[in-house]
Design a protein around this ligand. Structure first.
Ligand code: NAD
Length: 285
């Protein structure tokens, strides 16, 4: 990604940005934007192949980046990655907590519960797997907490830094079928506010973006039938989005740069910014 492709440029030269889930759809785009603004980007992912491909792309585009293997649910693995990042780039100025997601194990087949569900094998409220809930809560909540503990230590020592979490539309109002993901992202929003207050004396700002509907690999099965036609859910989403379309991942760049940049958002902490084409504002009537 070149500077010219950004909505605007902020000066992140000499800043070290750690991006968890950096190899994923959203964070590979945001990592490229941070690099195009001059940041040294540590692309941390449990998939080293994906992180490495992105880091190589950033370097080929003239930026600075390196891939690190790291599991956001494993303190030792985060610590190991942190040590390597310190050696290669220095202490973290920016943390983008991008690793997160849902699980089919915690997803219901239908929007509403019926009494027949009690004896049914279809995935429903009564037979949802506890392990699915645990997986989704851990990935989104612990997966935000543990990297924040690890990398905010650099920021605390220098009394400067910025953390950006990724919440979701369903944190404001839960979406049907995905109870664990909705509750987990509500937790991420709440934790964002908590951490913003807790770290305020250390001059570390903590904010979140709450993307609306973006058609990516994570939600592919919910949005598109196998033959490529839109699902019923896609029709409902578009009808409930005043702007009448899915977002493009690049449309998250502006808010990300604004919130992470210490000059642009110097007095902004504890906010959860919807980027949703008006979904959250629309009552449906
Ligand atoms: P994605 O699945 O493309 O990317 C997630 C990345 O995180 C992957 O590269 C994966 O390897 C990595 N990851 C998963 N578990 C990990 C772990 N334990 N440790 C380290 N890395 C791990 O997902 P995405 O669509 O790019 O979503 C990124 C974030 O945005 C997530 O928090 C997601 O919940 C959130 N979000 C996405 C949408 C959407 O429409 N796609 C909407 C709202 C919020």
């Amino acid at each position: 990604m070149k500077k010219e492709e950004l909505p605007f440029v902020v000066d992140l030269h000499e800043k070290v940005a750690v991006v968890t889930g950096g190899g994923g759809v959203i964070c590979s785009c945001l990592s490229q934007a941070l690099a195009a603004c001059g940041a040294k980007v540590a692309v941390l992912d449990r998939s080293l192949d994906k992180a490495d491909a992105l880091a190589k792309q950033i370097v080929a585009d003239g930026g600075k980046a390196k891939a690190y293997l790291g599991n956001v649910l494993d303190k030792a693995s985060l610590h190991q990655a942190h040590e390597e990042i310190l050696k290669d780039f220095g202490p973290a100025d920016i943390l983008l907590n991008g690793a997160g997601g849902n699980s089919p194990l915690a997803t219901c087949a239908d929007e509403k519960v019926t009494v027949e569900d009690l004896d049914s094998d279809t995935k429903n409220f009564f037979n949802l797997e506890e392990s699915g809930f645990q997986f989704v809560f851990n990935l989104n909540i612990l997966g935000t907490l543990l990297p924040s503990q690890e990398f905010a230590s650099d920021m605390a020592k220098r009394k400067s830094g910025s953390i950006l979490n990724i919440s979701s539309m369903n944190a404001f109002r839960p979406l049907t079928k995905i109870p664990a993901y909705s509750a987990a992202k509500a937790g991420v929003s709440n934790f964002t506010q908590w951490l913003a207050v807790a770290l305020s004396d250390l001059n570390i700002r903590v904010n979140a973006i709450a993307p609306g509907f973006f058609s990516t690999t994570q939600n592919k099965a919910l949005l598109w039938n196998e033959d490529g036609t839109p699902t019923k859910r896609t029709g409902k989403i578009l009808a409930a989005t005043p702007m009448g379309r899915f977002g493009k991942v690049e449309e998250l760049i502006g808010a990300t740069l604004f919130l992470l940049d210490e000059k642009s958002a110097s007095f902004v902490t504890g906010v959860v910014l919807p980027i949703d084409g008006g979904f959250n504002a629309y009552s449906g009537v």
